[in-house]
Design a protein around this ligand. Structure first.
Ligand code: ADP
Ligand code: DP6
Ligand code: CO
Length: 328
């Protein structure tokens, strides 16, 4: 039998930070969330992924940062490639090489940039020509947050009710353009409870979960008004509040858990202190101990100097709104 192969295709996608968090799946297989969410794509953290399908392989070959992934991570990519193969109507295995320019599984959204890049590179390598919406839907199946990383700037993932209606769209591209996100890294290693496990535990056991679903919708509406009005302080306030409400779902789970460590708490207090002293800044935290400080360009120097003293300069990373997925 002749050996067939497609052309290798490379794509880059950036991570995003959720301002209104996604925390819980209504459908675990299709990754349909209980709530809609809203994020900002960041320019500093990204993943580059190359995919090529080849008929002469016996199985998928996957390298992440030059290494064989764990069985769990392999299966996650393998299953995702299966979705692409199904859409393309062939069975060829693939060679995937992916490099994270973001710490992996540390709560800095590596799964968002990873599956957005894989969706783009994989679908194109398979000969599919997907619209941005179709790409967002596909990326969602790899990691929910990835559906937002197809787009640059602010993106809203409308939860929808089935595979077709659950995808992200860009919005407010001209608003709050001087927004900056200062990532404060206190741990770059992998977390012990993945986002997937953590949100499932919250959905299944936190008595506050129904309240989360209710408040999230209201938080989202208020955040959209704040962005539309270029109202930074309201934007920061609502983002911080929503993040803490999400983390309350880990503390109230059974067994309880938290993504915070002692440095996370120190930083949260310092942000509040800066704010008390007239520096407009707020924090948000994803599923990991690292904190992101939301501010405007004019406050960057002061905030960065404060945290450089505490954490060291290399742990203070100033990021801006970043672009959507692109082919390399
Ligand atoms: P994060 O906060 O980094 O998004 P998650 O728990 O959501 O953490 O996801 C981390 C998982 O995402 C990894 O364990 C791995 O399975 C997958 N992942 C991360 N980077 C890549 C990559 N470049 N290619 C494929 N899968 C990846
Ligand atoms: C706290 O998208 O990583 O960052 O869909 O299971 O892959 P899976 O989870 P993931 O969860 C992200 C959780 C969050 C909030 C957010 O990004 O909205
Ligand atoms: Co993730």
């Amino acid at each position: 039998m002749a050996t067939l192969s497609t052309n290798p295709v490379s794509a880059r996608a950036h991570t995003n930070i959720a301002l209104i968090k996604y925390w819980g799946k209504r459908d675990e297989e299709l990754i349909i969330p209980y709530t809609s969410s809203l994020s900002l794509t960041l320019d500093h953290f990204y993943t580059d992924t190359t995919v090529q399908f080849k008929s002469n392989l016996s199985e998928d070959q996957i390298l992440i940062d030059g290494q064989q992934p764990t069985e769990k991570s392999f299966q996650r990519v393998h299953q995702f490639l299966g979705l692409i193969r199904k859409q393309a109507g062939f069975e060829m295995p693939a060679v995937v090489q992916s490099v994270n320019h973001v710490p992996t599984a540390a709560g800095l959204a590596s799964s968002a940039s990873a599956f957005a890049a894989l969706a783009a590179a994989g679908s194109k390598a398979a000969g599919l020509q997907l619209s941005p919406t179709a790409l967002s839907r596909l990326a969602r199946r790899g990691s929910g947050s990835a559906c937002r990383s197809i787009f640059g700037g602010f993106a809203e993932w409308q939860r929808g009710e089935d595979d077709l209606s659950s995808y992200a769209r860009p919005l407010f591209q001209e608003k709050l353009t001087d927004i900056r996100v200062i990532a404060l890294t206190v741990a770059r290693g992998p977390k012990s409870i993945s986002s997937r496990q953590g949100m499932k535990l919250s959905v299944d056991t936190s008595p506050y979960y129904p309240a989360w679903v209710k408040t999230c919708q209201a938080d989202l509406e208020r955040l959209k008004v704040a962005i539309d009005q270029n109202d930074f302080s309201q934007f920061g306030r609502i983002s911080e509040l929503n993040a803490m409400r999400m983390h309350a779902l880990t503390l109230s789970a059974d067994p309880d858990f938290t993504y915070f460590n002692s440095q996370t708490l120190t930083i949260m207090n310092l942000v509040k202190q800066l704010r008390h002293n007239g520096v407009a800044c707020y924090y948000t935290i994803d599923a990991g101990p690292n904190v992101k400080v939301l501010c405007q360009q004019s406050a960057v120097a002061k905030i960065a100097a404060t945290f450089s003293k505490v954490l060291g300069e290399k742990n203070v990373i100033v990021t801006k709104p970043g672009p959507g997925v692109q082919y390399l």
